[in-house]
Write a protein that binds this ligand. Structure first.
Ligand SMILES: Cc1cc2nc3c(=O)[nH]c(=O)nc-3n(C[C@H](O)[C@H](O)[C@H](O)COP(=O)(O)O)c2cc1C
Length: 340
């Protein structure tokens, strides 16, 4: 992989480096997608954003819910900075999944991603997310139904883990996804049983990659430029999805394209977080809900930088939004000190 490739592929398999922002429930809402894709004067480096999952149970999801969760449907399926957005659906029943996907396509969605990786017990016990990994033919069935329900120009991708409790059948899962008609497959390099525990197995992603002709996107613990290079070497992939590291190092996407920013810049990060807060409030999130999302951002970013860890320790018990935001003040002081 050429980590300094400047061409931004908008789908994996196209020439250029494909870097997707991972879906993260409780974080990557439209307000987050807005601020992260419009971070600065330069392009953000993100090829595609994937929404938080939208749960589909027995009935298709109503249009107002889809418009609320994906306001980008009103702007051609892209963020205001122009980055395409894939809408992620989660469910085990082909018919309502297909009907929801068709509705999304009519509303202007450019791409639909199907979640077969969620490890949450409540979801898995109700026939959704990673529970389908135990029966590859069901993964194929859901993908095929969605593929058949949307026009050819709308991409349908799938996101899986390596398997339920081992990675021995990851190639079978990839073949099932391809058979169902997926445009590409993202693989989080852990099993469902592992949840988020180490280690990730990027080599196993490579076994899936060589079993299919569609592009495979590697995901899991890609936190630095070096991680992505090692993952490329071990998996053979040229397309990547980044999740938690986007919280601690939102400019990682740009650095993977050759930019030379520091990986933590307090004032810059504080401004981004305050922008997120403003966007959430403008979108109608209550102060309490906004507080929860700020804490979640800090929690995910805390392992990457000492100042973020300190801010998180201070903010995590806050019951009021201004108290949590005050934990970011030392990051701004760093500016004043430097300017003095
Ligand atoms: C808080 C949180 C929420 C997540 N929500 C989703 C989701 O809605 N859909 C999904 O496919 N994956 C979800 N994931 C998994 C991520 O997309 C990704 O596969 C995982 O975090 C590994 O990538 P990373 O190491 O780059 O974070 C979530 C992960 C986290 C930490």
């Amino acid at each position: 992989m050429n980590a300094t490739t400047e061409t931004i592929a908008s789908t994996p398999g196209e020439p250029g480096l494909f870097l997707a922002l991972a879906p993260m429930d409780g974080i990557t809402c439209a307000a987050y997608r807005e601020v992260i894709t419009a971070q600065g004067p330069e392009p953000c480096g993100i090829s595609l954003c994937v929404t938080e999952f939208i749960r589909v149970t027995s009935h298709a999801v109503p249009e107002p819910v889809l418009r609320r969760e994906v306001p980008e449907l009103a702007t051609g399926g892209r963020t205001r900075a122009g980055v395409p957005v894939a809408v992620q659906l989660l469910g085990g029943k082909p018919e309502p999944m297909a009907e929801t996907a068709a509705r999304l396509a009519e509303l202007g969605a450019l791409a639909i991603d199907l979640n077969f990786g969620c490890p949450a017990k409540t979801v898995n016990n109700h026939d959704g997310g990673a529970s389908l990994l135990r029966t590859p033919c069901r993964v194929e069935g859901v993908i095929a139904a969605v593929r058949a329900a949307v026009p050819a120009g709308v991409r349908v991708s799938a996101k899986i883990r390596l398997g339920w409790d081992h990675a021995n059948h990851v190639a079978d899962l990839a073949r099932a996804a391809e058979q169902g008609g997926a445009s590409w497959l993202t693989i989080h390099a852990r099993t469902r049983v592992q949840q988020y525990a180490p280690p990730v197995d990027w080599v196993a992603i490579g076994r899936a990659r060589v079993a299919v002709t569609m592009p495979v996107v590697a995901n899991g613990d890609l936190c630095t430029v070096d991680d992505v290079a090692r993952c490329a070497e071990q998996s053979g992939c040229t397309a990547f999805m980044i999740g938690r590291a986007a919280m601690g190092d939102p400019r990682l996407f740009q650095r993977l394209r050759g930019a030379t920013h520091r990986n933590f810049d307090g004032p810059w990060m504080r401004a981004l977080l305050l922008g997120y807060v403003a966007a959430l409030r403008a979108a109608g999130y209550s102060e309490h809900a906004t507080l929860g999302r700020v804490k979640q951002w800090l929690r995910l970013a805390a392992p990457m930088h000492a100042p973020v860890h300190e801010a998180f320790m201070q903010a995590k018990s806050a019951t009021l939004l201004p108290t949590a935001l005050a934990a970011l003040d030392p990051w701004a002081l760093a500016v004043a000190e430097r300017a003095a």
